[in-house]
Design a protein around this ligand. Sequence first.
Ligand code: GLN
Ligand code: ZN
Length: 757
Amino acid sequence: MTTSVIGYPRIGALRELKFAQEAFFKGQKSAEELLALAKDLRKTHWTTQKDHNIDFISSNDFSFYDGTLDTAVLFNILPERYAKLELSDLEKYFAAARGYQGAKGNVKALAMKKWFNTNYHYIVPEFENSTKISLVGTKPFDEYKEAKALGIETKPVLVGPFSLLKLIRFTGKKGIKDVVGDIIRVYTEVLAKYNELGVAWAQFDEPYLVHDLTGADIALFNDLYSAILNKKGNVKVLLQTYFGDVRDIYETLIKTNFDGIGLDFVEGIKTRELVEKFGFPKTKKLFAGVLCGKNIWRNNYQKSLETLNFLKEKDIDVVISTSCSLLHVPYTLANETKLDEKYKKHFSFAIEKLGELQDLNNIFNAKSQDSHEALVKNIALFKEDRQAYNADVDKRLQSVKDSDFTRLPAFSEREKIQKAEFNLPLFPTTTIGSFPQTAAVRANRKAYRVGEITKEQYEAFNKQKITECIKLQENLGLDVLVHGEFERNDMVEYFGQSLEGYLFTEKAWVQSYGTRCVKPPVIWGDVYRSKPITVDWSVYAQSQTQKPLKGMLTGPVTILNWSFPREDISLKQSALQLALALRDEVLDLEKNGIKIIQIDEAALREKLPLRKSDWYSEYLDWAIPAFRLVHSGVKAQTQIHTHMCYSEFTDIIPAIDDMDADVISFEASRSDLLILDSLKANHFKTEVGPGVYDIHSPRVPSVEEIKVTLKKILEKVDANKLWVNPDCGLKTRQDAEVEPSLKNLVEAAKELRHEYH
Ligand code: GLN
Ligand code: ZN
């Protein structure tokens, strides 16, 4: 057997790429410096894999922003509004990824969506009438050559033609069927170029295949690959799937002329059954994804070996692989200096996973005494009692009644009561919670964390910031205020730190989008709340203003989805534990005079099964009740908000309404408000604040632009149900952008009020 890695993280073990890019954006680093750093990182990544004896190492898994955007740009699929900017290619690329506002123009970024069921976001390529598909780039070839020059043979990776077509947004008259020929042509050209370069294996990523597929999808897949593979020459082609099983197309895949097929044995609940039932051809290699690329727990060798043995008995030519790209896990445990060994020995990040692949390979081939010891050690590790159980948590969960999942009175009743209670103007304005996390804000938190300042000093600084933030919001004329979240590093880590059962890392960053990284906490044991978390900050903020102050919490599903979850209990059980802890916090806020409480569920959609057929039974049937359990105990007057971002909500609108919040805000500006039709079609009852501008871009929206957006929204949303807000928290922005943006937002709402009265 041999080993393969689908993709490797690219931000650098200490986020070097992020910092270099940010410096480049600010003009503090040249393009040459940025390119040189990227080259260094790639070298480190390849040599690290080589040192761990990985046989199939990827190239072109590096990206300055996102691999889907890279693939689109490689094929000239770049909207004219970016292509025509008088900027360098790299700057045009960044303009498409994050928007551009400067001397050369003013354009918004392309839409960004969650990458399948992960917290990574891809850039949605746009196809316009004028788009002409053509192989215009050289990135995969350059990176292959770069590795080759280091003496490392790699498999260049591209998003495959089927997934690319499925992920593209066609904004003009053309659709998929109009471009199949062109797509076949450019992928064929890529393979020709690979042949010229002497590439041994090429990897095409086709994660889209793990969805429910129609007959037309399968026909499209066949059309694409029968033509492309016809011209593959000497290059061997690996069709790589991940994030689930390929039950709708497995039989087709094994008959198609691929040299290798990558299957996911971790998330693919039916993968093994498929191989059992339909077999696997001897002429191909099966890249068996047995090592989880998403979670940070050690691999259970016995389990993996069981799968590998099953394949071997069938005489299948197996390559041991990760289940998906390692992009979704942090770099290395080596940088975790504070975590006790008793915890660390249960964890495995990207580099440690390379070691596990090597172990599995050695054990499988019974290579050495060392490999035997590795197995013995691993078995012992999984036998150990981690002491994760808490009897009180268990007891409380057992005693939850059905009625605890329903808030009373019903929505329509509450809506009336709340309109009277708050007496807000038409189109009330608010923000999503956070205000800019300036260097000073972060420095204050850090100084406290490392013990340079006292608790009193730390709190005094934050209170000062809150006071200023409240003043600013009052001056701007916002209707519902927030405290600004200056005490929070991250919307999930902050809560994790305040709850029992969690563990934290120092450097375990994972890329979320572009230069944005997250450091998910680890759920180690049963979760509960031992003391109030946010109450003091909210109460202080409310004391500074007569206007309603919105308390700010992160919801149970998002906390769960943005943590590394346990694998020894179900996700449902973890979600309910979190819900009970947050329920205590909600009731404490209410008791202390906070009348509006927002419970963010930014990541609700994230773990939604990719197959529609599994949506309710596997997920929504517990995720939505978990949210309701958090807020069902409040009074009718208390207004519950929620917020969601960065995903496709259109198809889960009924489930979102069923969360039974009073108001919901969500990201909409980047996806051109497509969601509004769905709200209307589903008679959405919850009041809504579709984001009126994109906070992920530094540009300042004009009053006119916001009014146009609001008018578009009003074609679909009842004026009495409409809230006006940005599309997400402002933490990543600068004060200098936030103030004018919010000023324009409030002005737009005001002007519209006049028109509607
Ligand atoms: N309340 C959070 C904030 O404003 C929400 C963040 C999010 O949705 N990602 O930062
Ligand atoms: Zn958001």
